[in-house]
Design a protein. Structure first.
Length: 161
């Protein structure tokens, strides 16, 4: 069996009046994240981690912001495409783990819904998806609430031939 691990990172600035989508779940918020797609930093970090594990490049390679067909795209739809790409290469997703860096919002009330949404997009059991958060203790752009960031790691496996 071949096992690979990938790491992902994403960051988006906050903007009043934009929808806030994290882990595929829309939050009730007066502000959201600025981006070409829905700017879901958790999904984007996971996507990059999965693509990296398979050595398939990154989100910008497959879903370039200059391409209007990805304007306001659902990041869950992008994750589904990535899962299909991995499957086409003979990989299956073992597990994924994401950490949101945010002083707000609190994700605990939404964690189960986020895990379920991400698992559904990736075609894996919810037990294979971890989502957590940490604050920046008021420091930096995250602490000033100018943006949110996410880190992710993914493990993929392929049976040896």
């Amino acid at each position: 069996m071949i096992e690979r691990i990938g790491m992902g990172y994403d960051v988006h600035a906050t903007e009043e009046g934009r929808p806030l989508v994290l882990g595929g779940v829309k939050f009730d918020s007066s502000w959201g994240l600025l981006g070409h797609s829905d700017a879901d930093v958790i999904s984007h970090a996971l996507g990059d981690a999965l693509l990296g594990a398979a050595a398939l490049g990154d989100l910008g390679t497959w879903f370039p912001p200059a391409d209007s067909k990805w304007k306001d795209a659902s990041s869950l739809a992008l994750l589904s495409r990535i899962a299909s790409m991995l499957q086409g290469q003979g990989f299956r997703i073992g597990n994924v783990d994401a950490t949101l860096l945010a002083d707000a919002p609190r994700i605990a009330p939404h964690r189960d819904a986020m895990r379920a949404a991400l698992a559904g997009a990736l075609g894996v059991p919810v037990e294979s998806v971890s989502v957590k958060a940490t604050t920046n203790e008021g420091l930096g752009f995250v602490g000033r609430r100018e943006g949110l960031a996410a880190l992710a790691i993914a493990r993929i496996v392929k049976e040896s031939t």
